[in-house]
Design a protein around this ligand. Structure first.
Ligand code: PLP
Length: 228
């Protein structure tokens, strides 16, 4: 089994190649290492190899890891999992980004509970691109109204959109789906919202995502190996 530093290096090389193939500057594609179910030691190995952004899905798992890694400076923590109302305070206090906001009520609670000394909490709205019953996310139809309201919350900085599209094998099909998220972002910008972030692309579709303009790619398996 290759080590975490080698796998991280491979993912970074794939991102750079995909950006160059799309005529994009690689520095505008940032990697979030998705570390759910991985022990703190695995995150530390990625950190020692240069990784600074980590994505976690479950609060009860993330908080002890954050404590175990508190001695490492400059880690940026991204919350990417489903959000229950009773978890918003801990999320507002312990994360720099939240990618999975899909309801105004959750956004309001994060806004109210964000400690002033931490500055703005960066937010992406999760979109249910394929209208799957099993998946979280606001519909494309309801997105503009939600985005407008969230953009007015003073302690949040609405940065853009996130999606987990239904899995597709073919890169062309992956791109067609991701293009709809890109278009939704462009529509919101045309309405005057200052958004700069497309959080899309995972291990299986990162090339397609970069081709469609992803600025934050969330990769777990291809960095840390399969989850047990
Ligand atoms: C687990 C997860 C990922 C990473 O998926 P991989 O296929 O392991 O790269 C990305 N985004 C979200 C929201 C996840 O839950």
């Amino acid at each position: 089994m290759p080590k975490i530093d080698e796998k991280l290096h491979n993912v970074t090389a794939r991102l750079t190649a995909a950006a160059e193939a799309a005529g994009r500057h690689p520095q505008f594609v940032k990697l979030v290492a998705v570390s759910k179910t991985q022990p703190a030691e695995a995150l530390e190995a990625a950190y020692q190899a240069g990784q600074r952004r980590f994505g976690e899905n479950y609060l009860q798992e993330a908080l002890p890891k954050q404590e175990a890694l508190a001695h490492l400076p400059d880690i940026e923590w991204h919350f990417i999992g489903p959000i229950q109302s009773n978890k918003t305070r801990d999320i507002a206090e312990h994360f720099d980004w939240v990618h999975s906001v899909d309801r105004l009520k959750i956004a309001q609670r994060l806004n109210d509970q964000r400690p002033a000394q931490l500055g703005h909490l960066n937010i992406c709205l999760q979109v249910n691109l394929d209208a799957e019953d099993s998946k979280a996310g606001v519909s494309l139809q309801a997105l503009p109204e939600l985005a407008l309201k969230v953009s007015q919350l003073p302690n949040l900085s609405l940065r853009g959109l996130m999606a987990i599209p239904a899995p597709r094998e073919e890169q062309a099909a992956q791109r067609a789906s991701l293009a709809r998220l890109r278009q939704a972002l462009e529509d919101l910008r045309a309405q005057g919202l200052a958004l700069d972030t497309l959080s899309m692309g995972m291990s299986a579709d990162l090339e397609a995502a970069v081709a469609e303009g992803a600025t934050l790619v969330r990769v777990g398996t291809d960095i840390f190996g399969p989850r047990s």
